[in-house]
Design a protein around this ligand. Structure first.
Ligand code: ATP
Ligand code: MG
Length: 571
């Protein structure tokens, strides 16, 4: 590629809405541009990186025996009604009508479309197992699109779906895809972890997420220091440590204390000179049917995912101030005593006596509170998020958990017969009976992989792309603006490498060398061959490895040696 005829759209400054390093760098490097919230153009260099990820994914999917198709972005609402998911998907599903008033939506994922397709085309067990995939745009009207293409509204996903005759077959397909994912992320040069995860909107019984480890990741991953356990905090079940019983065995009577304007756990802990773990928060939530309260220890956080699963509800969120007012619940001073809504209590509260809660009166708290005696508990359960130092939930393991942040780049699910049953999708089995397919589904966000790679590989000068993902592997930089010996030499090396099919660009733009060096660094081009009058006069050219920082000089006429050096670094 001749950069004089190309679009290098680098910027000095990152936009003010770019919070993460990858978002800042991708915009500054001229890879992406926002055209609406969560909707992006991929500019040429960005698209080159995107295609490299896409190609790796396609190669590994093909190698694993998956078959490529392309399903439409626009999907008829009928299919969503058939599976029953139209109702529960909520606002992420963008719905609209066509000119004949028929309902459609933009596909956020394609379980319905693929189940319908396979049901129509595959009639017999003889044609199974089969794994179908596509690499195609999705739309999710995310409530908070952010971090550039990391959490976009329109994004490209590789989504694959396996169809098997039974559970054992489905398990094999799952493992096959799991291993393909490992190859994909290895080839992308990412540091990642496969962790146990929640199945979310997709449903199903079992899933793993592939997490790229990065401080700015939106997900929290907990890993055991003694065994292989690693899981998203959303699903990490908790083995409460029964040796940390607090409050003593003698129950004191509950009494109210004046706590003016003290609405936070920290306020109360400071005022009463206790630890936040001696305080119990009463959180009020709105669910499908009514308000509920959940008790969580002051130093713990509620896991909405776990509670939602426990209650088997579609909707669960913190009650708004308005709703609280209507029910005479005093925000900041809510407590379980005399509260006329159902109270669920986290298991950690079981290990507490004589604790402190709100008293349902403005500016008052209660101390010496005890469950059962002072208020009824509808149910105890595991409702909190795991934290560093919690016990590993695995049976017989005595390890403790520690947390790291991660970016979810891929997700594999075992779906079982969830969709084939609801959509009545069947095949004729060997015994002649019609049976539901056993399914699995497997997603990778292509743009998110690019952003995660940038998040994990950068320095003060810009992106440090792994060789496999860089927009160009080599750039030949002529440091002389004018037509002259440097540019001629640069063209000669460029033609030589291009003929040998190297992924090479020549920076022959009419720009200062400083600009060209900066752009090469910012764009993360791993190998840079710098050709300028000074070194040429000594019969040399300069070769820089962006990843190691090493700069070496090579005889300008020894093109074979230049090639050898490149091969060495690409290996
Ligand atoms: P998240 O929890 O981050 O919203 P998800 O669980 O909704 O992800 P899946 O439905 O499993 O995601 O989608 C498969 C893959 O698609 C994800 O692993 C991720 O790489 C990608 N993906 C999902 N949502 C987005 C998005 N808004 N922008 C970019 N990529 C996305
Ligand atoms: Mg999501």
């Amino acid at each position: 590629m001749k950069l004089s005829n190309y679009l290098i759209a680098t910027l000095k400054e990152a936009p003010s809405d770019a919070e993460t390093t990858s978002h800042q760098l991708m915009v500054r490097a001229g890879m992406i541009r926002k055209i609406a919230a969560g909707v992006y153009n991929f500019l040429p260099t960005g698209l080159r990186v995107f295609r490299k990820v896409e190609n790796i994914i396609r190669e590994e999917m093909d190698k694993a025996g998956a078959i490529e198709v392309m399903m439409p972005f626009v999907t008829p609402a009928d299919l969503w009604n058939k599976s029953g998911r139209g109702e529960i998907y909520g606002k992420e599903l963008l719905r609209f009508k066509d000119r004949a008033d028929r309902d459609f939506c933009l596909g956020p994922t394609h379980e319905e479309v693929v189940t319908d397709m396979v049901d129509r085309e595959v009639k017999s067990y003889k044609n199974l197992p089969i794994t179908i995939y596509q690499i195609q745009p999705k739309f999710r009207d995310e409530i908070r699109p952010r971090f550039g293409v990391m959490r976009a509204r329109e994004f490209t996903m590789k989504d694959a779906y396996s169809f098997d005759i039974n559970e054992a077959g489905a398990e094999k397909s799952y493992i096959n895809m799991f291993n393909a994912y490992k190859s994909i992320f290895d080839r992308c040069g990412l540091t990642y972890k496969a962790v146990e995860a929640d199945s979310g909107n997709i449903g199903g019984s079992f899933s793993h997420e592939f997490m790229v480890l990065a401080e700015t990741g939106e997900d929290l991953v907990l890993s055991c220091d003694k065994c292989d356990f690693a899981a998203n905090v959303e699903t990490t079940s908790i083995k409460e440590n029964t040796s940390t019983v607090t409050g003593g065995t003698d129950l004191i009577s509950a009494n109210e204390i004046s706590t003016p304007k003290m609405t936070s756990v920290d306020d109360i802990a400071n005022f009463l000179k206790v630890s936040s773990g001696d305080i119990v928060k009463t959180l009020v939530l709105e669910s499908d049917d009514d308000l509920i309260a959940v008790l969580i220890r002051g130093d713990h956080d509620l896991s909405l995912t776990k509670l939602k699963k426990f209650l088997s509800v579609n909707f669960l969120d913190f009650a708004s101030e308005e709703v609280l007012k209507k029910r005479n619940i005093v925000k900041g001073f809510c407590g379980p005593i005399d509260l006329d809504i159902k109270i669920y209590s986290d298991n950690a509260i079981k290990l507490m006596t004589n604790f402190i809660t709100g008293s349902n009166k403005l500016d008052f708290h209660s101390q010496g509170v005890n469950h059962d005696r002072d208020f009824p508990v509808e149910s105890f359960g595991d409702f909190r998020e795991a934290v560093d130092g919690d016990l590993c939930p695995c049976d017989d393991c005595v390890g403790t958990l520690s947390s790291t942040r991660g970016i979810e780049v891929g997700h594999v699910f075992k779906l079982g017969t969830k969709y084939s049953e609801s959509m009545n999708a069947t095949f004729a089995d060997q015994d002649g009976k019609e049976k539901n397919y056993y399914m699995g589904c497997y997603g990778i966000g292509v743009g998110r992989v690019v952003a995660a790679a940038v998040e994990q590989n950068n320095d003060e000068n810009g992106i440090r792309f792994p060789i496999a993902l860089a927009p160009f592997q080599i750039v030949i930089i002529s440091t002389d603006k004018k037509e002259g010996e440097s540019l001629l030499k640069a063209r000669e090396v460029y033609d030589f490498l291009l003929n040998l099919s190297y992924d090479v660009a020549i920076d022959d733009r009419n720009e200062n060398p400083g600009v060209k060096f900066k752009d090469a660094e910012l764009l993360g081009i791993p190998l840079q061959l710098r050709i300028g009058p000074k070194s040429l006069a000594k019969g040399l050219v300069e070769f820089k490895n962006r990843l190691s920082g090493e700069i070496i000089e090579i005889d300008k006429d020894n093109l074979e040696l230049i090639k050898e050096k490149i091969d060495e670094l690409l290996r």
